[in-house]
Design a binder for this molecule. Structure first.
Ligand code: HEC
Ligand code: HEC
Length: 243
């Protein structure tokens, strides 16, 4: 994921900026698994959304994990960085737009689907879904049907090669600028970190947020925009500053 750094910056700005839609939370809780709770949060009716997906999207998009289609597979699209799906060849237009964008979630999908070509000039793909009710029902159906339940923390695997990676400390220090607003280094240590958190546990924590095995949404978004090399770089910097 070459664009993780810009996407991370954008996502933190996004999380901290005033909410444009009248005070509703912008991000959805991706840990929810109960369809009724999801529908309440998304504000739509998944049953009404099913035929819209069938009519408007299914010709180009599969939603089952691993299935092939002409458009990118939409399994687990919520929480994914735009244009980041492994093995799918996005257009240069989409790549360029994705570089400055945040993860796919409620606000970003609404904006995109209401006018894909206007939003991402030059992309290939489907038409606009301008009716707000149709769009909301469709997105609620997508959220209910394409977001896998989060794994248990102990089921999250941190690959050996990531633990063995020597992170780029200078890059880690640079990236840390986006963490420092919430994780303040002081005489007493680093706020919000458990006592005794070491480098490997730090890496594991970020993997668990990225997999949504830990429920904190802010950190899910932060970690969702970090690639393995970024996590290793941050860990190298953390190793230097941890108490
Ligand atoms: C005619 C085929 C077609 C239709 C119909 C279509 N799409 Fe797409 N969609 C694409 C293609 C192709 C891309 C990749 C665009 C690119 O690389 O420029 C895409 C990209 C996307 C993305 C970004 C995915 C990612 O991983 O970043 C989302 C989300 C999406 N479409 C949702 C939808 C939804 C929801 C509908 C129905 C309302 C829909 N699309 C209809 C072909 C289509
Ligand atoms: C907007 C505030 C915010 C930002 C920005 C932020 N964090 Fe966090 N972070 C939190 C909160 C809140 C928690 C505690 C979440 C929980 O209860 O799981 C946390 C928890 C963590 C943990 C787990 C600590 C532990 O003891 O288990 C790690 C590791 C972490 N953050 C790393 C980072 C890194 C690295 C960055 C920057 C790339 C970052 N955070 C950016 C708010 C933030």
């Amino acid at each position: 994921m070459p664009h993780a750094r810009t996407a991370l910056f954008a996502s933190v700005l996004w999380l901290c900026s005033p909410v444009p839609d009248g005070g509703q939370a912008q991000t959805l809780d991706l840990s929810l698994t109960d369809p009724e709770a999801i529908a309440a949060q998304c504000g739509g009716d998944p049953n009404a959304g099913a035929p819209h997906f069938e009519a408007l999207c299914s010709a180009c998009h599969a939603t089952e994990a691993g299935a092939e289609s002409t458009g990118p597979n939409l399994h687990a699209v919520y929480g994914r960085a735009p244009g980041s799906l492994e093995g799918y060849d996005f257009t240069p237009a989409m790549d360029a737009w994705a570089e400055g964008s945040t993860i796919w979630e409620r606000e970003s999908l609404h904006a995109f689907l209401s006018d894909p070509a206007g939003h991402v000039p030059g992309m290939s793909g489907g038409g606009a879904v301008t009716d707000t009710v149709v769009r909301t029902d469709l997105m609620t159906w997508l959220r209910v049907n394409t977001t896998p339940p989060p794994p248990a923390p102990e089921d999250v695997v941190v690959p050996e090669e990531v633990l063995a990676m020597e992170g780029d400390r200078a890059y880690g220090e640079y990236l840390w600028g986006e963490c420092a607003g919430c994780h303040v280094v002081s005489g007493e240590g680093i706020s919000q970190y458990s006592e005794g958190l070491d480098r490997d546990a730090f890496i594991r924590a970020l993997f668990e947020y990225r997999a949504r095995a830990r429920p904190n949404q802010t950190m899910q978004n932060v970690a969702g925009n970090l690639g393995d090399a970024e996590i290793a770089a941050l860990a190298a910097h953390f190793e230097e500053i941890r108490p």
